[in-house]
Design a protein around this ligand. Sequence first.
Ligand code: PLP
Length: 356
Amino acid sequence: MELKINLKKERQNTEINPEKLDFGRIFTDHMFEMYYTPEKGWHNAQIVPFHNFDLSPATMVFHYAQSVFEGLKAYKYKGKYIALMRPEENFKRLNRSARRLVIPEIDEEFVLNALIELLKIEKNWIPDKKGYALYIRPTIIGTDPVIRLKPSENYLFYIILSPVGPYYKNGFKPAKILVETEYVRSVRGQTGDTKASANYGISLIAGKKATELGYDQALWLDAIERRYIEEVGSMNIFFVIDGKIVTPKLRGSILPGITRDSIIKLAKHLGYEVEERDITIDEVIEGIEKGKVTECFGTGTAAVISPVGVLGYKGKNYIIGNGEIGPISKRLFDEYTGIQYGEKEDVFGWLKIIEY
Ligand SMILES: Cc1ncc(COP(=O)(O)O)c(C=O)c1O
């Protein structure tokens, strides 16, 4: 397939004020899009000025959430390159999500190359400062203007880019997490292990409840026994228990985070013992009380590693470690970001460096 490029005549001022970077509100001048019809398959791939869509109120995605997406970041590397971390994994996961939602798969290599072209065009939108990035949002939606419940026949794939500031502006601030005991996010066989848009709509209520009670995010338990720890709003979760790094195994209801996978590989490489297994909330609470659980952190594209200082469970707050970032969390953060910025050797070949 050919990639058409249609650039905007007037470019926006890309002077980005770091104080004003509210996540996900500002978008760059251009976007990538392509269309799917049963006759032509995916076609009409193009980079075009950022624009609104003209969609019927009956459009499939608005009613039945036939939609999947991804999230990754591009950043300036050594002053003259753009870098991505393991972007192939995001497009692989996008196709896995698409299969689950009966959405036609995309050509991963073609789309990654289109993204690279888009990034080269939008390079001035990436501030040349550590921690700053362009957040990349690939999305696929069903576009049939039909409210009958069946898979859409036509689809739209697009990628938009949004400049974001560093997650930690004033150093690490450990998060306060509320263990959610009323609502559930997903159950094995459902869509929790994909990035289906619907997963996020149904989880908002727990985030809202957590915020209202003074926490940053909610921690999900399994939907059946309400005992096993699953993940946080947009992060996978890790604990340090008796000096071992422990994370819930992928039980079919948890998103297989790419950062989760990278941190597991990196930690093993650094000589830590890592276990992927079932972890109950009782084990964690008891472990915190007895001083066996010494650290807790979330992993995800947004913050890489987000230390957790407090777990709220059944009306009580449990302080982990001393409520500050623990030494293993800090080491993993430093090693991972060291690879990201070329300060440490990229032993796993995760970096995709783009010259422009
Ligand atoms: C529900 C959920 N869990 C975990 C993650 C972390 O995944 P990743 O490391 O691929 O960003 C995300 C973010 O994409 C998420 O939305």
